[in-house]
Design a protein around this ligand. Structure first.
Ligand code: E4P
Length: 217
């Protein structure tokens, strides 16, 4: 399973990257706003840091303008994946940009039918949003499972990129289902290391070690 980090914060990406935890990065207009950085500058810095795909999102809504923006974003670095929304125009842009040999991440996917269209349009990645479905009392994990099954049924090679991840359970469940990639905020990735029994066990070992009066160094 590949790990993408869902952020435009350079320090957070660098910290995880040092541990080999970063196979790619995803950004979106809201994350660029949160970073307070210029999109072209910060995306270039991320691409210089990370070898894997770095998703940068177009903001036009018409296909021709999306394609033009996608080409400009792709000029930043060879590892740019142009992110387009799952609209009819976004699918047109996906087809055109993948036809030019560029990676395309089709985002804002909320149904299996949308995921089928993205695969037919040649998407490199499909981004189903788990958390936003959960937010409206639908089952985001069920969508990941359904897309996995349909893509496997027909041998689509578009990679399932589980997105809008809000909890460590979303990651574990995406792995169980067989999502190709997860993208999650740095805090959620770091929280994967936490377990109350680890904390409890460590505290007991430390207390016993103290009683031995010994030192290792
Ligand atoms: C994915 O590419 C998106 O940037 C992201 O996962 C959206 O997450 P959110 O629904 O928590 O904003």
């Amino acid at each position: 399973m590949k790990f993408f980090v869902d952020t435009a914060e350079i320090d957070a990406i660098a910290e995880l990257n040092e541990l080999g935890m970063v196979d790619g990065v995803t950004t979106n207009p809201s994350l660029i706003l949160k970073s307070g950085r210029d999109i072209l500058e910060v995306t270039k810095e991320i691409c210089d840091l990370i070898d894997g795909p770095v998703s940068a999102e177009v903001v036009a809504t018409q296909a021709d303008a999306m394609i033009a923006e996608g080409r400009k974003l792709a000029e930043i670095a060879p590892n740019i994946a142009v992110k387009v929304p799952l609209t009819w125009d976004g699918l047109k842009a996906c087809k055109a940009l993948t036809g030019e040999g560029r990676m395309v991440n089709v985002t804002l996917c909320f149904s299996v039918n949308q995921a089928i269209l993205a695969a037919k349009a040649g998407a490199t990645f499909i981004s189903p949003f788990i958390g936003r479905l959960d937010d409206i009392n639908l089952d985001g994990m069920e969508l990941i499972a359904d897309i996995r099954q349909v893509y496997d049924n027909y041998g689509f090679d578009t990679q399932v990129l589980a997105a809008s991840i809000r909890s460590v359970n979303h990651i574990a469940e995406s792995a169980r289902i067989g999502a190709d990639v997860i993208t999650a905020p740095p805090a959620v990735i770091k929280a994967m290391a936490n377990h109350p029994l680890t904390d409890k066990g460590l505290a007991a070992f430390m207390a016993d070690w103290e009683k031995t009066g010994q030192k290792i160094l």
